[in-house]
Design a protein around this ligand. Structure first.
Ligand code: GLC
Length: 733
């Protein structure tokens, strides 16, 4: 009898707990550990529900609010993610409500978008941001971008792009942080921190997505989407380090790249996607393919049909399929054929759910709706944009102190196709940036100088074409002015995706305009707005001063004007080398020494670039003292501190960035002539001096990686290099 009553009691208990479980399953319990919630939810999902999580579609292209119902109906309730094109959360919330209430298990959708350098408050392009050498400021900008994106209904951005780029013919050089692995790592981490904050579930945090994994920038000939021949040595030494740093910084996701990595495309590459990312780096988020990248495996010749493409990408380690619908259409069959194990499906789903749980989407699936006026373009956001634009601009040349313009300048000629332009200052990938929010060069200069000088304007010519009919007017404007500001550059569509150019020279018409304006025999200030290094070999000699303003986003006009007036002392330095001509490409600061350093030069042009990475002038002068070492010899396990005293020997305050390089002149493998390992930017008052320090950690700063990714630190002599000063030290066992 007793036994029966125990069994009955147990049955009742099981009944109660299972009905309680049904009402409040573990995966819905916000106090339960995330891993338990994932496990519980995956155990409840059927194969169709699992596969839907592995797909990303688009929504919000049609921003007409009256069509919210139509669009919501068209989206499957169980879809994993949507690329969301709207600027308001209403559609997102409607679709999310369908997912939470109409699907069997109520799994929230992840809404993503390309927020690369701002959402509505547009900051300078990433290549420009790197020229500020101010990671903290870049973090602030990313945090604002993340907040604006989150308030618009987004949980996720396909950023930062951290492709080390050495071929400026490739349009996407604009989107990353230049030619150096360490610089891309530092600014990539700074951007991830800005987006993800301290915790992914904090208000306004959004998930980052490192792209494009990996080696996309090595596209042959700078032709986008092409084959990239990357040795394992280069993979580990150049292209992987930024991704490793950002994965360690907690980046939630990555995007697999379009390019074919020496025969195995980035979106079907088990070595990079699983061996490196998952096994070695222990990344527990997920990988999203680039747009249709899985389908493109057929074009790249590694898949005979969509099913095989889906199989290869999924088994290689791409968890989510962007827009080509291959996973939705093929994975069920591949599982049924036992080609794809259910365990791998469960792992992929778990990775995606982990990001959703960490974002807090299960507990807070909806975006709080706030009015557009408090969603975007806040004064504090624009203040960051202004500061970052100013710190990103680089004074490339300033003969005879042409700049800053003094009070003797009473008439300013403002000439060139970029002078009054707005939309092109936004640059590529400017999300919901609106050209009406942009302050043009002309507006900035009028605001800065309008009360003290007369501004004489003339366009002179278009960005390209052959029409010289505007030259005469431009010349007459130049003749009657005291200084000639010539505003040239690239249209925003000349860089970014699928924007490769065979030459990095500006169109001839722009160069001809400068030659024409020489006739006025007035000081010429060249102002450049562009998304890549330019070929300046013919223009540089014609200009007395050159300011590289890049594509500065909303607030470039006043930032540039502040530099021209001296209100702002330029502090930018190039994060990418400017080749003398396109024929020199590739040329980058961390090249290896040639076998015959004094030979092997071009017969027809000089062999040095126009400007190396690190070039940038100031209105003041900085004097570098000798490098002081804490020791001349250290053990491998020791630390070495190097100091340099820097004095502001000029008459105005200015910020100086010290770039610390190392070199290993004799090693088991050849090493780059210089390797950037640390940098620091400080402001110095006129006459002030300060000490910059770099604490060398031999394993971190002096080691090298071999072709398997294994790091080696060898004893021997090393150089530390700052500002062309070099000092030797020794590392012993
Ligand atoms: C594009 C780009 C990628 C972007 C994605 C979504 O093709 O390669 O950088 O994030 O598609 O727009």
């Amino acid at each position: 009898m007793k036994r029966i009553s125990v069994i009955l009691a147990l049955l009742v208990f099981v009944q109660i707990s299972s009905s309680a479980q049904a009402k409040n399953p573990v995966y819905k319990d916000k106090n339960a550990p995330i891993e338990s919630r994932i496990k519980d939810l995956v155990s409840k999902m059927n194969l169709e529900e699992k596969i839907l999580q592995l797909n990303q579609y688009t929504a919000g292209m049609n921003t007409n609010v009256n069509n919210i119902g139509e669009q919501t109906k068209s989206i499957p309730a169980g879809i994993g993610s949507l690329i969301y094109f709207s600027t308001g959360p209403e559609l997102r919330n409607a679709i999310q409500k369908k997912a939470m209430e109409e699907s069997r298990l109520g799994i929230p959708i992840l809404f993503g978008y390309d927020v690369i350098h701002g959402f509505r408050t547009i900051y300078p392009i990433s290549l420009a941001q790197a020229c500020s050498w101010n990671p903290a400021l870049v973090t602030e900008a990313a945090a604002v971008a993340g907040k604006e994106a989150n308030l618009a209904g987004l949980d996720w951005t396909f950023s930062p792009m951290i492709d080390v780029a050495r071929d400026p013919r490739w349009g996407r050089v604009a989107e990353g942080y230049g030619e150096d692995p360490y610089t891309n790592a530092v600014f990539g981490v700074a951007t991830v921190k800005g987006y993800q904050g301290k915790n992914l579930s904090d208000p306004f945090s959004i998930a980052a997505c490192l792209k494009h994994f990996v080696g996309y920038s090595e596209s042959e000939g700078g032709r986008d989407y092409h084959y990239s021949d990357i040795s394992m040595q280069s993979l580990w030494e150049t292209y992987l380090p930024p991704f490793e740093a950002c994965v360690k910084a907690g980046a939630a996701t990555l995007m697999s790249s379009f390019n074919d990595i020496s025969g195995i495309p980035g979106s079907a590459n088990p070595y990079t996607l699983t061996e490196v990312l998952k096994k070695r780096w222990k990344h527990d988020g997920f990988v999203l393919s680039d747009w249709d990248a899985i389908d493109q495996l057929m074009d790249q010749g590694v898949a005979s049909d969509r099913k095989e493409a889906g199989y290869k990408a999924f088994m290689a380690g791409v968890e989510m399929d962007m827009t080509d619908n291959i996973y939705f259409q093929n994975l069920k069959e591949l599982v049924a054929e036992k080609k794809i194990p259910m365990a791998k499906i469960d792992d992929a789903v778990s990775r995606i759910l982990r990001v959703k749980f960490r974002l807090g989407l299960f507990d807070e699936p909806y975006t709080t709706v706030v009015g557009e006026s408090s969603r975007f373009l806040q004064p504090e956001s624009k203040a960051v944009a202004q500061k970052l634009a100013a710190e990103s601009m680089v004074l490339l040349k300033n003969n005879e102190k042409t700049l800053p313009l003094t009070s003797s300048v009473q008439q300013i000629a403002l000439i060139g196709p970029m002078a009054a332009d707005k939309q092109d200052l936004l640059g590529a990938w400017s999300a919901h940036g609106n050209e009406n929010d942009v302050e043009s060069i002309s507006e900035g200069i009028t605001k800065e100088f309008g009360n003290v000088a007369r501004i004489n304007s003339a366009k002179g010519c278009d960005f390209d074409g052959y029409d010289e009919s505007g030259f005469a007017e431009a010349l007459s404007v130049a003749r009657k002015s005291d200084v000639v500001l010539i505003c040239l550059g690239e249209k925003r569509g000349w860089s970014g995706e699928n924007a490769s150019r065979s030459t990095i020279a500006l169109p001839a018409i722009q160069e001809k305009l400068v030659v024409e304006l020489l006739k006025a025999k007035k000081p010429i200030v060249l102002i450049l707005s562009n998304g890549r290094p330019l070929e300046l070999v013919r223009l540089e000699p014609l200009a007395d001063a050159i300011v590289e303003m890049w594509q500065p986003g909303l607030c470039g006009g006043s930032a540039l004007a502040g530099i021209l007036s001296g209100r702002i002392n330029p502090s930018g330095k190039l994060a990418i080398t400017f080749p003398l001509t396109s024929g020199q490409i590739p040329i980058y600061y961390n090249m290896r020494q040639s076998a015959r350093p004094t030979s092997g030069k071009y017969q027809d042009i000089p062999t040095l670039p126009m400007y190396w990475l690190g070039h940038g002038l100031s209105y003041t002068t900085f004097d570098f003292g000798d490098l002081k070492l804490s020791a001349s010899k250290i053990k491998k396990t020791g630390k070495l501190t190097v100091e340099v005293e820097v004095s502001n020997t000029g008459t105005v305050a200015g910020s100086e960035t010290v770039l610390w390089y190392i070199n290993d002149p004799a090693c088991s493998i050849s090493r780059p002539m210089k390797e950037l390992k640390y940098f620091e930017k400080k402001e110095l008052a006129a006459g002030a001096k300060t000490t910059y320090k770099f604490e060398i950690d031999p394993n971190r700063d002096l080691s090298y990686t071999d072709a398997t990714g294994k790091r080696f630190l060898e004893a021997g002599e090393f150089d530390v290099i700052v500002n062309n000063k070099k000092v030797k030290f020794e590392v012993t066992e």
